[in-house]
Design a binder for this molecule. Structure first.
Ligand code: ZN
Length: 755
């Protein structure tokens, strides 16, 4: 039929309806029933804005029995034990004992009964999806039934049990207090149950009929820190959402122990005693406040406790305790570590200090209980003073230890007052320091590391090599790395003061283009980074002196200059690089501030990355090259079965705090080279992507945990941050991120081509 004819017919029907005195309008929807276009077999009209379907057509479609009682003007339709009744001139549909209100009700048009389509098919257990933009209607049976939503593992995991997993997405509100799980083509089981609602949470189930989806809305009194990446996984016929453990209870038990209990493992807390001994601050990372019980009545030593969520990115719970007496609360070490969800404190007895020792820049001692050393520097003469409160000296502590090395002359100990033991280190010159604490079986061990300084940086030429000599004041923990674009040797030194400005540096020239330094953070540790930027590079070897204070790097001056030992640097092997665009298909990943779905920028960046690598002569394979769902297992098996050389997963971040932003690179201990691989990539991203550097982190994301080759997961930017969501929409940002990741991959391959 030509368009013109179709239009004429529509026109006549319209006129005809008008003359008949009815307000019904021929409806132009395309209707699909269980995926099949049935528009030709079904007549519909629109009355009062509601779509009505001819009763006989609907009965045929649903295979239902139809009964019409002319005297009562009553229509009955029955299928699969469901019976609905409608009466002319009434806007209600009666289903069992319920009456559902519709806009138009039963209409008699041209001697035919018409009834509201959406409400009628819903009554028979079908779902309707209406796509407004192209006037298409989809009618189908639900593909999954949700039977139960329940907390598992004491509230750290939420399990959504359903027949089978259908497309879903997770959204969070701006204030982070609401999490919505949208599940497509889902219905709620008649016997549905949940155990969500408690003091802190409640669950609301919302059916969105014209979108054929179900919303499980989980609302909390407090913000629920939740990350889609790593926070959602599918387990057989259930969807599992992982939450951080919550604070559960603060109480005092029979033997006067002050205890903090969470619903899951409590990580190591940071404890600080304020100058007033009666106040202490306990900062616990990765614990959420939740709705907890506070039971500190009837006790003789605690005056007050206050709790708050100190920070959400990263998550930190802060507990402030005010005590009554003079004895500070001290954490109790549980050697068995049986209750890792409880942190306990006792009123401190006097701690005994023992095993005071000094070894190349490190002063160490042990204590029978946790203490909070108060350290400060004094000049004239230069010395480091450490006060240990509520402590006494053990048998083996001497009054004086003579050291006389490059940093320290001697260490003295004395009882300063009733409660305090004082350690004094007489220094050669003032220097920084760092205190670390370690729990060991039955005691705490403390190390005060005097900060390293660079004492000399020099170069020395031989016929074949240029030697870089770096000397430090103390024994050092360092790593030497080689990066390219430009070629450079990087020396990362931990716990070192960056005094390089004060030293005479070797002149540029020879192989050396430039020498510079920076302060850098690697996995949360501060490092001083010394960089030798090179004009040319052939190979290098590293030597370390026995006392650990000297680093020697020999740079070959030509390709012929044979190093002492064979180099492990291999030429690019042109092996397979797997590029994994996170999420896809029905799994959108995180949803951005204005609705951008994570799967889109992930794919855009991944495709550009593959193209760049291809142009550079590398073999790259995408786990998905279009908007398609691929399970995590499949992504991993693709990489492992292909025996790929490298694996790069591209994601975008989201957190319920729209100010958080930046780029981060994750690795796992799956392969010894993963961290180095992460560093090579993050080096490029952090320097040039133009957003905050959130650092390199270690985590257990599925795809980087189970892939066997060096693998990284990159969270390019934050979708929850409006500015960064805008970047994630822009092709320029996709290209920039892809180019930087490619540079990092090539950099890594240049030096680590051989596994
Ligand atoms: Zn993701």
């Amino acid at each position: 039929m030509s368009l013109k004819h179709k239009f004429l017919i529509i026109f006549f029907i319209f006129i005809f309806s008008f003359i008949m005195g009815s307000t019904s309008i021929y409806a132009q929807n395309t209707i699909y029933f269980n995926g099949e276009n049935i528009s030709g077999n079904i007549s519909t009209v629109s009355v009062k804005g509601e779509l009505l379907v001819k009763a006989t057509d609907l009965a045929e479609m649903l295979n239902a029995d139809l009964k019409w009682q002319p005297a009562l003007k009553l229509l009955e339709m029955e299928a699969d034990d469901v019976k609905i009744k409608l009466m002319a001139n009434s806007s209600y549909i009666q289903i069992k004992n319920d009456a559902i209100r519709t806009k138009a009700g039963l209409q008699l048009i041209d001697n035919q009964a018409y009834l509201p389509l959406a409400k009628a098919i819903e009554a028979f257990g079908y779902l309707l999806e209406y796509q407004r933009d192209n006037e298409e209607l989809y009618i189908f049976q639900p593909e999954t039934t949700i039977s139960n939503v329940s907390w598992q593992e004491d509230g750290n995991q939420l399990q959504i049990k359903m027949d089978e997993i259908t497309p879903y997405r997770i959204l969070h509100s701006d204030d982070g207090k609401e999490l919505t799980v949208e599940i497509d083509k889902a219905e709620i089981d008649e016997e549905f149950s949940d155990n969500i609602s408690n003091n802190n949470y409640y669950l609301k189930v919302v059916n969105v009929p014209d979108k054929a989806l179900l919303r499980l809305i989980i609302r909390s009194r407090n913000s629920i820190p939740f990350k889609i990446d790593g926070g959602v996984y599918e387990k057989e016929d259930a969807l599992i959402l992982s939450f951080l453990p919550q604070l559960k209870k603060i109480y005092i038990d029979e033997d006067n122990t002050f205890a903090v209990e969470a619903t899951g493992k409590i990580p190591e807390a940071d404890i600080e005693y304020l100058s007033d001994v009666r106040k202490m601050i306990i900062d616990i990372p990765s614990i959420v406040i939740g709705e907890y019980e506070l039971d500190i009545e009837k006790n003789s030593f605690i005056k007050d406790v206050s709790v708050r969520q100190h920070n959400l990115d990263p998550v930190v719970l802060r507990i402030e305790v005010e005590t009554l007496g003079n004895k500070p609360l001290q954490p109790i070490i549980d050697p068995q570590k049986q209750k890792n969800n409880v942190l306990s404190f006792k009123e401190g007895e006097k701690t005994i200090i023992r095993d005071l020792a000094y070894n190349s820049g490190q002063l160490s001692f042990k204590s029978t209980a946790h203490i909070d050393p108060e350290a400060f520097l004094l000049s004239q003469p230069p010395r480091l003073v450490v006060n240990l409160f509520n402590a006494q000296r053990g048998d083996n502590i001497l009054d004086e230890i003579n050291v006389d090395d490059s940093q320290i002359e001697k260490i003295r100990t004395a009882r300063f007052d009733e409660k305090t033991v004082r350690l004094v280190a007489d220094l050669k010159e003032l220097t920084g320091y760092q205190i670390s604490e370690k729990q060991e079986e039955g005691y705490y061990s403390y190390i005060i590391s005097l900060q390293n300084k660079f004492s000399k940086v020099s170069t020395e030429d031989t016929a074949d090599f240029k030697n870089l000599n770096i000397a430090l004041t103390g024994s050092t923990d360092y790593e030497v790395k080689k990066f390219t674009h430009p070629h450079r040797i990087v020396i990362d030194v931990k716990n070192a003061y960056n005094n390089l400005d004060e030293l005479d540096m070797p002149a540029n020239g020879g192989l050396i283009k430039e020498i510079r330094s920076s302060n850098y953070e690697l996995e949360g540790e501060k490092v001083t980074r010394l960089v030798f930027e090179l004009d040319k590079y052939f190979s290098h070897t590293i030597k370390k002196s026995d006392d650990g204070r000297l680093i020697n790097i020999a740079l070959a001056k030509s390709a012929d200059a044979a190093p002492d030992e064979p180099m492990l640097i291999a030429a690019p092997k042109n092996n397979l690089i797997i590029i994994d665009a996170g999420h896809g298909g029905f799994d959108p990943g995180a949803i951005g501030y204005t609705g951008l779905q994570e799967k889109e920028p992930n794919l855009a960046i991944a495709k550009k990355l593959a193209e760049i690598l291809d142009n550079k002569g590398q073999k790259a394979l995408l786990t998905r090259n279009r908007d398609k769902f691929i399970s995590l297992q499949k992504r991993v098996s693709t990489a492992n079965e292909a025996d790929a050389e490298l694996f790069v997963s591209i994601h975008a971040n989201s957190i319920n705090n729209n100010t958080a932003g930046g780029v981060e690179t994750y690795y796992n201990g799956n392969n010894n080279n993963s961290r180095l691989f992460a560093e090579k990539i993050h080096d490029k991203l952090s320097r040039s992507l133009g957003i905050i550097d959130r650092g390199i982190k270690k985590d257990n994301f599925y795809v980087i945990k189970y892939t066997k080759m060096p693998s990284v997961l990159i969270e390019t930017a934050f979708l929850s941050n409006p500015r960064e969501e805008k970047l994630l929409r822009s092709p320029e940002f996709h290209s920039k991120a892809a180019a930087l990741i490619a540079d990092g991959i090539i950099d890594y391959l240049r030096e680590n081509g051989g596994r």
